[in-house]
Design a protein around this ligand. Structure first.
Ligand code: SF4
Length: 290
């Protein structure tokens, strides 16, 4: 389907703004029973919540600072790792570098947030995602479950992805900070600096085609800019290493500012065009009644 069809785009925009009860429309209301969007053809699907691999790649490095973790992985991480497929090791039999990175994060005490967190929220999704979504930091729901974007903002993110035909499981989802700031306060610069190497390694190992940076902290961390998200959203950037980054509004902001959905929808369409995705067709009446 042609994503440049103005009539079609206008219709989808109207549906988007309405938040109508269509399969790919979204509103601020939680709809946990919404059916999954189709998986784009030719892409490996995600595995478990802990980022268990559908595919693994050749070893490209160890954890932060090159140091392999030595302490045991906490119970929550061990539970997530149980979903990993057999053979998640390097060809030489060593630990998979991504697993090593996650184990390193699970034990991390590099900033003060380790004192107040319940769980390290490393991220989840497939090991070879076309799209990496990066948010700000875990909130209360994420801290309790160890999974990113599972609260109300996360449910909206799932609907936003579905609007361009992506299932949540097709995308890797992470945050700049892996631990929750107390009372959901904004990240401190030294916390971002301490945690940044984890994100850098995630990006390097996941090697996504596009990074969607949601909100100010993510855009600032990834683009090295002090400009606000309102002025830079929707501007596709190519970093020195060739990585493409698109800044956009955080779903939490969209929940507070519904009128910003118009810009958000434009950004999502740019994601679809950048990845060569076809926008899903409008669901039939029968589909809506499913
Ligand atoms: S926020 Fe990042 S740097 Fe700070 S303790 Fe958690 S994992 Fe470590």
């Amino acid at each position: 389907m042609d994503t440049n069809d103005p009539v079609r785009e206008a219709r989808l925009l109207v549906e988007w703004l309405r938040g109508a009860a269509g399969r790919y429309a979204w509103s601020d209301e939680t709809d946990a029973s919404a059916p999954r969007a189709p998986t784009p053809a030719g892409r490996p699907t995600a595995a478990g919540a802990g980022g268990a691999a559908g595919t693994t790649r050749a070893p490209v490095g160890a954890g932060i600072g090159g140091a392999a973790p030595t302490a045991p992985v906490p119970a929550a991480a061990a539970e997530r790792d149980a979903a990993a497929p057999p053979g998640a090791t390097t060809p030489s039999g060593g630990p998979d570098p991504f697993d090593a990175l996650r184990a390193d994060a699970d034990q991390c005490r590099r900033c003060r947030l380790c004192e107040t967190r319940s769980t390290v929220v490393f991220g989840e999704g497939p090991r070879r995602p076309r799209l990496l979504v990066v948010g700000e930091a875990p909130g209360a729901d994420e801290d309790a479950t160890g999974r990113p974007f599972v609260g109300k903002a996360g449910q909206l993110l799932t609907k936003m992805l579905a609007a361009i035909g992506l299932a949540r499981e097709d995308v890797y989802i992470a945050n700049v900070l892996k631990c929750r700031p107390p009372d959901n306060r904004p990240p401190e610069p030294d916390e971002v600096a301490a945690c940044r190497p984890f994100l850098d390694e995630q990006i390097r190992l996941l090697d996504p085609e596009l990074v969607l940076a949601l909100g100010n902290p993510a855009a600032k961390a990834l683009l090295g800019t002090d400009r606000g998200i309102t002025s830079i959203r929707g501007q596709l950037r190519t970093l020195a290493d060739g990585r493409r980054v698109l800044p956009s509004f955080h779903p939490s902001y969209l929940l507070r500012t519904p009128e910003a959905k118009r810009e958000s929808w434009l950004d999502l369409q740019l994601v679809a065009r950048t990845l060569g995705l076809s926008l899903p067709s409008r669901p039939s009446a029968d589909e809506r009644d499913e």
